[in-house]
Design a protein around this ligand. Structure first.
Ligand code: CA2
Length: 148
């Protein structure tokens, strides 16, 4: 099983600023922890971060036939991008939406996701742990769907 983890804009700054909102872990540390969990679960994991909407769209298009599922933190594009939504609708790869912060406890414009209704589930507000929880939920979902 191959799970792709996709990260959107500004997440490369993680750990450098706004630790009260996003925690102290760097994106590299979140990646390491997520890869370790993936290895323990026996799944392959790829990791991408981009600050560009078109690159995120292309990364999603590239999931077809390559990944069994995806863990996606589209960051601000979660709230704004019909292009990211359309790419997810096109590829129909099962995904879990994750967020470090609890988007429902933040400004009104962050409380709506253009992606969530397409997701298997959403994990929001557990800091770096959101990625691990999202990965575990997705792997269980895929395994039970495939009768494993
Ligand atoms: O809580 C999340 O994971 C978010 O997806 C993070 C996005 C934000 O736009 C979403 O509403 C919620 C922002 C990622 C930017 O991360 C930064 C980290 C450190 C310093 C500045 C930005």
């Amino acid at each position: 099983m191959h799970i792709a983890v996709l990260n959107g804009p500004n997440l490369n700054l993680l750990g450098e600023r706004e630790p009260d909102v996003y925690g102290r872990a760097t994106l590299r540390e979140v990646e390491t922890a997520t890869r370790e969990r993936a290895r323990a679960l026996g799944v392959e994991c790829s990791w991408t971060q981009t600050n560009h909407e078109g690159e995120l769209v292309e990364a999603i298009q590239g999931l077809r036939g390559r990944a069994d599922g995806a863990v996606i933190n589209a960051a601000a594009f979660t709230h704004t991008s019909l292009a990211v939504r359309d790419a997810l609708l096109a590829v129909r790869v099962p995904f879990v939406e994750v967020h470090l912060s609890n988007i429902f406890a933040r400004e009104p414009e962050r409380r709506h996701s253009l992606l969530a209704d397409l997701a298997v589930g959403v994990v929001t507000g557990f800091g770096a742990e959101s990625y691990r929880l999202g990965l575990e939920g997705l792997v269980k979902h895929l395994a039970s769907r495939d009768g494993r």
